[in-house]
Ligand binder design. Sequence first.
Ligand SMILES: NC(=O)c1ccc[n+]([C@@H]2O[C@H](COP(=O)([O-])OP(=O)(O)OC[C@H]3O[C@@H](n4cnc5c(N)ncnc54)[C@H](O)[C@@H]3O)[C@@H](O)[C@H]2O)c1
Length: 395
Amino acid sequence: MLMWAGTNYLEMKRKSNVSGKIILALALTMLCIMLFKGSPSFGRPSPFSRLESGVTHVLVTGGAGYIGSHAALRLLKDSYRVTIVDNLSRGNMDAVKVLQGQFSEPGRLQFIFADLGDAKAVNKIFSENAFDAVMHFAAVAYVGESTLEALRYYHNITSNTLTILEAMAAHGVKTLIYSSTCATYGEPDKMPITEETPQVPINPYGKAKKMAEDIILDFSRNSKMAVMILRYFNVIGSDPEGRLGEAPRPELREHGRISGACFDAARRIIPGLKVKGTDYKTRDGTCVRDYIDVTDLVDAHVKALANAKPGKVGIYNVGTGKGSSVKEFVEACKKVTGVDIKVEYLDRRPGDYAEVYSDPSKIRLELNWTAKYTLEESLRTAWKWQKAHWNGYRI
Ligand SMILES: NC(=O)c1ccc[n+]([C@@H]2O[C@H](COP(=O)([O-])OP(=O)(O)OC[C@H]3O[C@@H](n4cnc5c(N)ncnc54)[C@H](O)[C@@H]3O)[C@@H](O)[C@H]2O)c1
């Protein structure tokens, strides 16, 4: 009996403790609601969710990546409102943090973590936000890798562009600036490459981008959307003020671009440079490419956005018009870094083409755009960032 009475007493005490906790939780919840209601943003829609006269809201897909982050920086500097969508598969959240640090005022910049392969997530983004324009940078973008993982490239580039386009059409977004590539031309007989040069891509990366372009063009024939397709040549350099740079994942080094490899060699992260192919029909046997500075490239995007016209498609090469060979590139890199980089010459890499450089006269005449940076200047700004960021954005 005593024992029973003791159990009963403990049970009652436990119940009263539980009720006390519930009351405390309710009181705290009420307090939070009252504080939240009292906050200046309560009840007001997010500035990203409505169009505002005098403010252009641009969705930058892939804005955590190399080119996308530089584009977002330029747009923010020019007073655009920016939403970055990225799945961080390749980009750097730290690049977004740099931008957030620079443009922290409400309504300037938001970051949304999402995969463009997820159509439901993409539609939710378009339902909850009101965009004036989309700059679609997000993509996997390594020629060599595309020959090994073709399906991934078609899905990520072609299929995701279709998803973006459908969402834009469904939500009445008026302007698309599309990141295409000179890889869509393949290996043309004649140089320089104009926008009329036949597009005969020779690797899955170039083919996936060409298919995405075709989808956009077919859609445009019966749409009022303003479209600009920019076909970039090889992008190098970084923000001249040193805020952003190119910091690909270490695991991508092997597929990486020449500038990254040169700097890695200069920093002795890798023993030297492997130049793949010395028997191309070019002036010194190595591949010739047209290296365009990222600051010049984002300037072309801003001009494309300003000149985009409803129901019209503009297609432009974005390059310097000048080809540099891999050997010339390496010499410029040695000069800028001051390091005598070791070079090993190997056989060709599958999917590469001998010589590619642009004729940029169309973009000069129609959008009043020209490249300003020389190869050496671009390498100098990029090297400056590298030296200040030995571990990429982690410094
Ligand atoms: N770098 C060049 O030399 C070059 C040349 C021609 C064209 N391009 C094009 O420019 C664009 C940007 O290239 P980059 O060099 O900045 O590459 P990057 O890898 O630095 O950036 C791409 C960004 O897209 C994101 N991304 C990829 N797949 C995604 C997905 N499914 N959902 C959401 N985000 C995704 C990545 O996380 C990354 O942040 C690409 O479309 C590329 O094809 C680049």
